[in-house]
Design a protein around this ligand. Structure first.
Ligand SMILES: NC(=O)c1ccc[n+]([C@@H]2O[C@H](COP(=O)([O-])OP(=O)(O)OC[C@H]3O[C@@H](n4cnc5c(N)ncnc54)[C@H](O)[C@@H]3O)[C@@H](O)[C@H]2O)c1
Length: 266
């Protein structure tokens, strides 16, 4: 851990799942490059150490807290860690999330609980811990939901339910926290070609790149898939001063997927 970007005001953000090769890593890189102190909280110790060391080598301010965010007490420990490393916490990105593609008839109680515990329970606990710790001057939270909160496909019942819950949670938390000067906003990414997603697609498609190409042509208005760093730039906007009058809002970054009634070409 190094702290070369200590120009005032040096602010600190906790990013759950911030070591991921997809959106989490994109958010971590963008926020660190923007001069924030970042605290990456991730269960993947190798990726977390690797990314925080890589950012430190670039002269950026990053620390890694290796933990399973579903464990009770983890959020409070992460906040204490942020306090010990950087003297406080000003922002939170609830990014960590896991998927599930299974017909409802096949979903076990364990499947259901696992997805809810990462995607919702942890977001709730981290938000509560950070709200308790934020300075009187306020702070900001960004929740990473999904286009599956808006419309979905077969097999996504549980995942879509968690993402819809994140959307409603965002609005409710914004209402609760506005008087504390804490803003809460939400992002609905479309299909970002993260390693997690490529693995998922590889389970039903032989050629992942060809599948992604067809998806882009049929399911998006724009010819480019959203990139992890572009989600990171939206996070940066929501956490920064330019968004100081915005709270309780959700925005999709999906190449137009969520506004289409029909596939392109049909
Ligand atoms: N990738 C997409 O196309 C896409 C689209 C819409 C929404 N999302 C949402 O964006 C978020 C990031 O998804 P991504 O696919 O880009 O993944 P990502 O690259 O951000 O990786 C997720 C990270 O979360 C970590 N993690 C998972 N369970 C954890 C746990 N119990 N404790 C601590 N860390 C844990 C993983 O180790 C991984 O590093 C998720 O909430 C996902 O639902 C992703």
């Amino acid at each position: 851990m190094t702290k070369p970007h200590a120009e005032p005001p040096s602010k600190t953000v906790i990013i759950t799942g911030g070591a991921g090769g997809g959106i989490g890593g994109g958010v971590s890189a963008v926020m660190a490059e923007a001069g924030w102190n970042i605290v990456i909280v991730d269960i993947d110790l190798e990726a977390g150490r690797g990314l925080s060391e890589q950012l430190a080598r670039q002269g950026l301010s990053a620390a890694f807290f290796g933990a399973d965010i579903t464990l009770p007490g983890c959020a409070e420990q992460a906040v204490s860690f942020a306090n010990s490393q950087f003297g406080g916490v000003d922002a939170l990105v609830n990014n960590a999330g896991i998927g599930l593609v299974k017909d409802i008839a096949e979903v076990s109680d364990e499947d259901y609980r696992r997805v809810f515990s990462v995607n919702i329970d942890a977001a709730y606990r981290f938000s509560r811990a950070v709200v308790r710790a934020m300075p009187a001057s306020g702070g900001a939270i960004v929740n990473i939901s999904s286009v599956h909160a808006l419309a979905t496909c077969p097999g996504y019942t549980v995942y879509a339910a968690t993402k819809g819950a994140i959307d409603a949670f965002t609005r409710a938390l914004a209402v609760d926290c506005g008087p504390r000067r804490i803003r809460v906003n939400c992002i609905h990414p479309g299909l970002v070609p993260s390693p997690q997603n490529r693995d998922l697609i590889g389970r039903f498609a032989d050629d992942v790149d060809a599948w992604l190409n067809t998806y882009t042509l049929k399911k998006q208005l724009l010819a480019n898939l959203p990139e992890a760093r572009q989600v990171g730039e939206l996070v940066r906007f929501f956490l920064g001063g330019a968004a100081s009058a915005i709270t309780g809002q959700s925005i999709a970054i999906d190449g137009g997927t969520s506004v289409m009634l029909y596939e392109r070409g049909s």
